[in-house]
Ligand binder design. Structure first.
Ligand SMILES: [Zn+2]
Length: 105
């Protein structure tokens, strides 16, 4: 279901060619960058906002067992960006409605 067209069995080894920030994102992280705690892969719910809309996405993330920091793969981050821009453009036909959202002031 919409999987990658080409399979990449391992992470790219050419991280040295990438710019500083990207390089850090591509590196496999074993410790939490915030507190140095242990990370565990979990399925998490991420709240995304775009324009007036909000979407909840279930993704796998590395979650720090100590402080709760979540680390997402670049592929996941790209998915978030795609969903956010769809929300902004109101292209929500593919998304399942999930009740109403309210703002409490
Ligand atoms: Zn942490």
């Amino acid at each position: 279901m919409g999987g990658p067209r080409h399979s990449v069995p391992t992470r790219p080894r050419t991280v040295g060619q990438l710019a500083g920030k990207e390089k850090a994102d591509m590196m496999p992280v074993e410790k939490c960058p915030v507190c140095g705690g242990e990370l565990a892969e979990k399925e998490v719910e991420k709240l995304l906002r775009g324009g007036l809309h909000t979407a909840v996405v279930r993704v796998r993330a590395e979650v720090c067992l100590h402080c709760g920091e979540r680390l997402y793969s670049q592929e996941t981050v790209r998915r978030f960006e795609d969903i956010r821009s769809k929300l902004e453009r109101q292209e929500t036909a593919d998304f399942r409605p999930m009740g109403r959202s309210f703002q409490v002031v």
